[in-house]
Write a protein of this length. Sequence first.
Length: 361
Amino acid sequence: MLEKPMLNFLDFTYAEALQKLSELGMAKFSAKQIFDWVYRKGNYSPGEWSNLSSKNRELFQKNFTLSLPQVLWHGLSKDGTRKFLLKLDDTQTIESVVIAAKNRLTLCISSQVGCAIGCTFCHTGTQGLKRHLNTSEVTGQYLTVSKWLRENVGEDCRLTNIVYMGQGEPLHNYENVRKATEIFLEPQGLGLGQRRITLSTSGLVPQIKKLTDFPPVNIAISLHSAKNDVRSELMPINKTYDLERLFEAIKTIPLKAHRRITYEYLLIKDLNDTPEDVEALSELLTQKESKINLIPFNEYPGSEYKRPTDEKIYWFMEQMSDKGFTCTVRHSKGDDILAACGQLKTQYEKLNLWNSSTSSI
Ligand code: SF4
């Protein structure tokens, strides 16, 4: 007789775990203890869970795995940004990036292997979509990187924030990303605050309309232009969901819960950095409900777009600030290790970093 395949416990929200464990005859208290070992103590060896009875430990081991992505490679940028190449159970690879700023240590996580959206400025987008990540592969990035930081940097090195801005369009993988976000927020588990998580989308209108049923985390929209023709050139998704449809959908986001929306705006020389672009952007957005994050384009080998001069970047920011918008410039991190925005792509075979003695672990 074929054996039942093991379930990865990390795929379950707390409510689902309670249900599964109670079906095995375990008490609610045991589920709490298991969540505590896995998510708070970061211990993935059931044999060591000393406060559980041996019967419950055995039951757990018979029915579940705790399979985490593995670190294949790690790179440290001179600005402190760390990039991780992680291997999944089926040998596909994804990337996660840790960005240090002020009192924060933010993990930029991937939601898919590759991406279907195909933004023309994005290195990742050139790969196409290979597959969605499952819930445990989304939360697993946080757990694996946290473990690596504890073991290799120090016990105090803790991730504080999460942004869904790695490979993939998170809302294209809606259900698994929603479940993973619940697990990140779960008070019995990681217990991260809602304000510490940011969900970023390229503008998938049907899924934006479903955000009423998503945990109330920060929302960022990749806008990049307030003109349909330019946005369609940068983001083919705009041909299906143009600015009008996008902003109709944005109106349905329960703002009280999600607070102000951040609009990401990649500044590209001579394409979307002109006085007309300032006008179009200020007409499209409302000051009270928007924050604008300007991201100077990171040039990568072969990219057709160029970065504007620093003067132009600050001119654009001042123009928007003068019009009453909260507008900041996000400086790129980690571009020397291809970890900056739009540069995530599995480059390792190409660069032969597998054999690098400086950064492989
Ligand atoms: S920018 Fe984001 S949504 Fe667009 S192709 Fe790249 S990963 Fe996909």
